[in-house]
Design a protein around this ligand. Structure first.
Ligand code: ZN
Length: 284
């Protein structure tokens, strides 16, 4: 087991966007394909359900109703049904939105933070660097960075528990291409690593259930095929990357982890294949 304490994990998605596959995977199809907005519900034995990202919510459509933010929707058309929202799924599983004590955010792109306002009691955990990268952007620059500030609640900062280089860390018991991990809850259950490149300060999360180890790698790659078949995105996709050099470093890390630990389940947020194989449809 990679983490020190098992949790239960549900891998889900809330909405999807559509764009040509070749942009995300060299040699991929020209036709538009679906990219689900993945998120996860981690059920911690003491702390209850914890979200890793949220996917889209209906608020995304409100925030992108008029120019210039409506450009976002024209560039990546989004399809969303309320019954797939994190809020709806949690309610369906018998949880009240106020039961959610923590929402972990991999990065601040709209398809990851779309539902955060639905959880009024949640504390937000993210790498400080990921919020610093978007917090003071003007409206147009924020839009170019895929960030819609209206998706965050007014008391976002007051409810934040940002992770800084000084935060508690833990050595891995396995040989992984990371020196240490941030121990988000202090009990070794959620081990976070920085996987910048797609976005500055993006977080990857190692979690283990009783049966399997997982790396929720957010947008380090858009699909499992990318690291398995060593296929990078089209150079044009580099335009929306924060750092091509960091992207390459973390791409290589995923390849190395996959080769060293083929049983470890690497879950990119937008990978249909990973969702089909390990997605749970509901919360367990
Ligand atoms: Zn992203």
């Amino acid at each position: 087991m990679i983490s020190a304490r098992p949790v239960s994990l549900s891998i889900l998605s809330a909405g999807y966007c559509v764009h040509p596959e070749f942009l995300t995977l060299r040699g991929g199809a020209l036709r538009p394909v679906k990219f689900p907005a993945g998120y996860a519900v981690i059920r911690h034995p003491d702390l209850g359900p914890i979200l890793f990202d949220t996917g889209y919510s209906v608020r995304f459509f409100q925030e992108t109703a008029s120019l210039p933010d409506s450009l976002y929707r024209h560039i990546t058309p989004v399809v969303f049904e309320e019954r797939d929202s994190a809020l709806h799924r949690l309610r369906e599983a018998g949880f009240d939105p106020a039961d959610i004590r923590y929402v972990v955010l991999s990065h601040f792109h709209a398809d990851h933070i779309g539902g955060v306002r639905d959880f009024p009691q949640a504390k937000f955990i993210y790498l400080q660097k990921s919020y610093d990268a978007v917090r003071s952007l003007g409206r147009i620059k924020a839009l170019r960075a895929g960030f819609l500030p209206g998706l965050l609640p007014e008391d976002f900062l007051a409810r934040s528990l940002p992770v800084t280089p000084e935060s508690a860390q833990r050595e891995f018991q396995h040989s992984l291409p990371f020196e240490k991990a941030f121990d988000l809850l202090g009990d070794g259950s959620l081990l976070a690593v920085e996987m910048s490149g797609h976005a500055a300060g993006m977080m990857g999360l190692f979690v283990s259930t009783a049966e399997h180890d997982y790396l929720l790698c957010a947008d380090t790659v858009w699909s499992s095929r990318a690291f398995r078949e060593n296929r990078r995105p089209h150079p044009v996709a580099g335009l929306i990357m924060d750092s091509r050099a960091d992207y390459e470093m973390n791409f290589q890390r995923l390849r190395q982890i996959h080769m060293q630990y083929p049983e470890l389940r690497i879950v990119p947020s937008h990978c249909r294949e990973a969702l089909a194989a390990w997605g749970t449809g509901g919360i367990r």
